[in-house]
Design a protein around this ligand. Structure first.
Ligand code: NDP
Length: 268
């Protein structure tokens, strides 16, 4: 029987645990003809690689760093989760149209809930202003939890672009006088293991910290936070599992069981 093809496209892509998660969901639901691959692409080849994947029978594609904003522009149609945040992480082909969704924000909120992290009236700092920062901003602004969000990014003009996309008074540029309840690192600084240079005063309220990057070991951002006295800093494995759960539903119409998966993946 021909395989039903799924994949994740990004650069770098080697670190991705999406294949393990989707293959686990498939076997849990007895989808035996399921395949999920990693595709390494470049900005120049992205359009061609996406269309090749679908023209060769691909059913669903996840998009990861750094292509979430570029892939958004290549979609023929967007669902509300993508149009609200200007970025996509899940593509599906329907007849001749590529339809873009974004499940990152939903996955992030699900993981906060699982970890009992309250958002009510929180002051939140998002570090980064790329594709995942856009989806997280959108999810937080739509959470009805009276949050206030600040953006700190290496390239100021990209932070300004993000803020002007949402046009929401609860969203502003980072101000060094402020203190935060929750800090979310959406940059890939943990990926390279490079030295972390972030303003120390962001930690003055002993915030809960969250690194979107995930690894079986403690990430560089987690180490940085713990070394500077933070008590709780999570990595993004839980979010990865929950965003995958929502993508799996879009493609297969089944909500997989995620119970115990995070613990199991850490011990494989
Ligand atoms: P993007 O490329 O869209 O955005 C990256 C952002 O990080 C940009 O704001 C960029 O700033 C900034 N940045 C890049 N390199 C550095 C650096 N060396 N120092 C400081 N800032 C930097 O990537 P994504 O938003 O798609 O992904 C970001 C990270 O989040 C990745 O590590 C990815 O694996 C992780 N992720 C995890 C998910 C999960 O489910 N756990 C889901 C989505 C993402 P500038 O504007 O200056 O270029």
């Amino acid at each position: 029987m021909a395989k039903i093809k799924f994949a994740v496209i990004g650069n770098p892509i080697e670190h991705s645990m999406s294949p393990e998660i989707h293959e686990y969901f498939a076997s849990q639901n007895k989808l035996s003809n399921f395949s999920y691959k990693k595709i390494l692409s470049t900005e120049a080849d992205l359009e061609n690689d996406i269309s090749k994947f679908f023209s060769c029978g691909g059913r669903g594609l996840n998009v990861t760093i750094p292509f979430k904003l570029s892939a958004y522009k290549l979609c023929n149609q967007l669902d509300s989760t993508a149009s609200r945040c200007g970025s996509v992480n899940t593509l599906v082909k329907d007849e001749n149209k590529i339809i873009g969704h974004n499940t990152d924000g939903l996955g992030f909120i699900d993981d906060l809930r699982t970890k009992n992290i309250s958002l009510v009236k929180s002051k939140i700092l998002i570090i980064g202003a790329g594709g995942s920062a856009m989806s997280i901003c959108s999810a937080l602004l739509n959470s009805n939890q009276e949050v206030n969000i600040s953006i700190l990014n290496r390239t100021i003009v990209n932070a300004e672009k993000l803020i002007s996309f949402f046009k929401d008074s609860k969203l502003e540029m980072y101000n060094k006088k402020d203190s935060y309840d929750l800090i979310i690192n959406t940059t890939p600084i943990s990926m390279s293991g490079e030295e972390i240079y972030l303003p120390m005063d962001i930690l003055k309220n002993n915030p809960t910290c969250y690194d979107l990057f995930y690894s079986k070991e403690t990430t560089s951002f987690q180490k940085w936070a713990y070394n500077h006295g933070v008590e709780k800093c999570f990595d993004g494995l839980g979010m990865l599992i929950h965003q995958a759960k929502h993508s799996f539903f879009i493609w297969n119409g089944i909500t997989p069981d995620t119970n115990l998966l995070e613990d199991n993946l850490r011990f494989i």
